[in-house]
Design a protein around this ligand. Structure first.
Ligand code: 6GU
Length: 233
């Protein structure tokens, strides 16, 4: 998977994703990540990338030209690397987009190239979105200052679904949201801490009983924290 992030803050993306599991996957060439600075593609002599909204109102908007020129540079890079010239999927991060889900992450993980467009200020001129964006995604019902953190959230969620990125092959499957149940409680050593014991069943070695206990705990936890998920089942 080759990720591209079009942003005014490329160092935020790079620093946020260079470490840990995603960083290791990049070293292993399972993933690549390029953060491209939209400001590098403005033709304005003062390097401006924003302007006042027509019709008035608060704040500034990102202008069309730098966004389109950044997009063309990304397409040229994809063409050079892969020889392919079809339009890549471009996810525009916005609070008014469809809410990001595990299902969406699984679907996007099938792409060979995936481009993210991060807005700042009050957003981006609609004409730029019409030209380049294919998907409109929010990460939840709250407002952030820009699309960078949401892009990083999506890249993290998508990357861990790519074969080889997680060391344990099945750990991507067994978790919360696969099958609409939340994960059961888990315990590691010691068997007793401050008088609190690990549930006996987990020490029993009885695999069928352990599975049944975990399932029941998953259901209880889902009832308590996310009853909406049970209603969907
Ligand atoms: Cl994708 N962008 C911004 N600015 N705020 C958000 C968001 C995205 N998702 C939730 N809040």
């Amino acid at each position: 998977m080759n990720f591209y992030v079009m942003t005014l803050f490329p160092e935020m993306i790079e620093q946020g994703l260079n470490t840990s599991i995603i960083g290791r996957a990049m070293e292993k060439d399972l993933l690549s990540l390029k953060a491209i600075n939209i400001r590098d593609y403005t033709l304005d002599k003062h390097k401006r990338v924003d302007d006042y909204p027509y019709g008035g109102g608060a704040g500034m908007l990102m202008t069309v030209e730098p966004v389109l020129r950044t997009y063309e540079a990304v397409r040229a890079d994809i063409a050079e690397r892969t020889g392919k010239s079809e339009r890549p999927r471009v996810v525009y991060l916005t609070p008014w987009g469809h809410t990001f889900t595990q299902k969406m992450a699984k679907e996007l993980a099938q792409e060979e190239n995936l481009v993210f467009l991060c807005g700042h200020y009050e957003g981006i001129d609609e004409r730029a979105l019409e030209e380049v964006a294919t998907d409109f995604v929010s990460i939840g019902d709250y407002v952030l200052t820009g699309g960078e953190l949401p892009a990083m959230v999506m890249i993290d969620a998508i990357s861990r679904l790519i074969p080889g990125v997680l060391n344990n092959e099945d750990s991507a499957e067994y978790e919360s949201f696969t099958g609409n149940l939340l994960e059961h409680p888990q315990y590691t050593r010691p068997e007793e801490y401050n008088g609190k014991r690990v549930p006996d069943v987990l020490l029993s070695g009885h695999h069928a009983k352990i599975e049944a206990w975990r399932k029941e705990q998953s259901i209880e936890r889902t009832k308590k924290f996310r009853p909406d998920l049970l209603e969907k089942m």
